[in-house]
Design a protein around this ligand. Structure first.
Ligand code: NAP
Length: 512
């Protein structure tokens, strides 16, 4: 395993015409799509394309460029196991570094030449006669025997349905679409939302704005952030002796799994986390009224715990106001809260999150009977192993339903999943295998088991309304166990879980 440098970056992704027919089409060039492409390449499979709607690779780490954007999973764990990065400058990686890391991976493993940028999937429909996905993109059409969809979980920003927001006369933008042309200096700024994104932004912009009004609907649990600069000597050591970084990675992984124990199996362990969070609040916020406003009323872990050392001090700062009254309406140059107070505002920043349980891709995929995935899911995404969906042959979702984590790195889950999909693809590359479709009974039993196991986790019992729950109140996002259990579960592709359609008699040779 060669370490990979994240600091150097070269230009030149290949943007060629789409092929008419490929073995595998991968949608998305974030950690999931790139990881899949790299593993295929390493396996000697070259007949694939990566379709990416953005103008570069990186997925969420390309899209989110707001001030202070940083991953809250430690650096050593937030990278591919096969491409360690000795150049992380912080124990928690910064957005620009992650994006550069992914770009370097795409270059080094030869993925750019397969990648079609600014190419958005518009519709893909399974054609059971030809055994191909018929794919429409913004750059043209193609057919693929296998479709791997890796659109990411948190890629569709949500603008809240606040009355009058459309008529606001100042500047308004979502955190995932940060307007870098707009200068907030000296402005009266409204920051709506107090989740993982808002707490990174607030302390960054407060020094430059005239006034920062933070509109909080639900206070979250905030823990001390253990982020540290990684000394140059350490980085050199990681580069020279990759085994040391691997050891560090294992250490971080193991500690993180202990958190999974608290969230899923032994909820009482979370009282320790709560003690730390309460102490953090007590030390950082002296005013008892504000402290009460900031004290969460749900169990720690139910929503994603927030990491910050400067959020609370920022809220107590001279030019900041914590607003806890609900927003009643937005007017042309102000925001009015339910208590009748009107605050003049120049810019509104929507730190209001994403729409993971009703993803746009579900409105773009049609299965064997022509049914739209969104109509099958009806607001409650379900899949087998978060990967295969009955009625949608040869389709594999990466970071699909019930694979999200509250404690560890999604890259670990993705690598597990990719290993599983690779086995399915190996089978499908045989000319005599036309299609694999997961059996409905297998998918149903799996999801019943997941729901049963989730029912006792903190996400379902912790008394919060989080984005983990879908419109039907079902938890369709979280993985209810340790990550190594998922890895074991997907270690071997069991063909008995699938209905196999064989092609008309032909020699059992590979197709790609
Ligand atoms: P989020 O966790 O969904 O938070 C959205 C915030 O907006 C919440 O405080 C929510 O309040 C508030 N909100 C939503 N609608 C509102 C309305 N109509 N009026 C007032 N407030 C409203 O979104 P996020 O902060 O962008 O984070 C989303 C996820 O992205 C995180 O959970 C995490 O997984 C990921 N993330 C990760 C990192 C990282 O470091 N790796 C950084 C940022 C984000 P309620 O709580 O009352 O709903």
């Amino acid at each position: 395993m060669q370490p990979i440098s994240c600091n150097a970056m070269s230009d030149g992704p290949v943007i060629g015409a789409l092929p008419e027919d490929v073995a595998i089409a991968i949608v998305g060039a974030g950690f999931g799509g790139l990881g899949m492409a790299i593993r295929l390449k390493q396996q000697g499979v070259h007949d694939f394309v990566v379709l990416e709607r953005a103008s570069d690779v990186g997925g969420t780490w390309l899209a989110n460029t707001y001030p202070g954007c940083q991953c809250d999973v430690p650096s050593n764990l937030y990278s591919f196991s096969f491409a360690p990065n000795p150049d992380w400058t912080h124990s928690y990686p910064l957005q620009a570094q992650i994006q550069r890391y992914l770009r370097r991976c795409a270059e080094r493993f030869g993925i750019l030449g397969h990648t079609h940028l600014s190419c958005e999937l518009q519709e893909a429909a399974w054609d059971s006669t030809s055994g191909r996905w018929q794919i429409e993109t913004s750059s043209g059409r193609l057919r693929a025997k296998v479709l791997v969809a890796a659109p990411g979980l948190l890629s569709e920003p949500v603008a809240p349905p606040i009355p009058g927001l459309d008529g606001f006369g100042g500047t308004v933008f979502h955190t995932a679409r940060w307007d870098h042309r707009h200068d907030l200096t000296g402005e009266r700024v409204a920051l709506i939302g107090t989740g993982a994104t808002a707490i990174q932004i607030g302390p960054q912009i407060r020094p430059k704005v005239a006034r920062l009004h933070v509109f909080q609907r639900t206070p979250g649990w905030v823990l001390p952030h253990l982020d540290r600069a990684i000394p140059r000597s350490f980085r050199r050591l990681y580069a020279r002796v990759p085994a040391i970084q691997r050891l560090a990675r294992h250490g971080v992984y193991t500690m993180r799994e202990a958190l999974a124990a608290g969230m899923t199996h032994h909820l009482r362990l979370l009282s320790l986390v709560k003690l730390v969070a309460r102490a953090h609040l007590r030390v950082q916020v002296r005013d008892p009224v504000m402290r009460a406003q900031l004290t969460p009323r749900y169990d720690v872990g139910c929503k994603r715990a927030l990491l910050s050392n400067d959020w609370y001090p920022m809220l107590a700062g001279p030019n900041t106001e914590l607003v806890t009254a609900p927003i009643a309406e937005v007017r042309e140059h102000s925001i009015v809260t339910a208590d009748g107070v009107e605050r003049p505002i120049d810019s509104i920043i929507l730190a209001t999150g994403f729409r993971p349980t009703d993803p746009p891709i579900a409105y773009r995929l049609r299965g064997a009977d022509g049914q739209l995935l969104a109509d099958v899911w009806k607001g409650s995404p379900q899949a087998y192993l978060g990967t295969a969906i009955s009625g949608f042959p040869n389709l594999f979702l990466l970071y699909g339903p019930n694979l999200n984590l509250g404690h560890s790195s999604i890259v670990y889950m993705l690598e597990s999943q990719i290993h599983y999909v690779q086995q399915a693809i190996a089978l499908l590359r045989r000319a005599d295998v036309k299609a694999l479709d997961v059996r409905p009974t297998v998918q149903r039993a799996y999801n019943e088991d997941i729901a049963r196991r989730l029912s006792t986790t903190v996400w379902d019992t912790g008394g919060c309304a989080s984005w983990y729950l879908d419109a039907n109140g079902r938890n369709s996002t979280m993985w209810p166990d340790y990550t190594f259990r998922y890895r074991r579960r997907v270690d071997r592709f069991d063909v008995a879980d699938y209905d196999i359609e064989h092609a008309a008699r032909s020699p059992a040779a590979t197709t790609a």
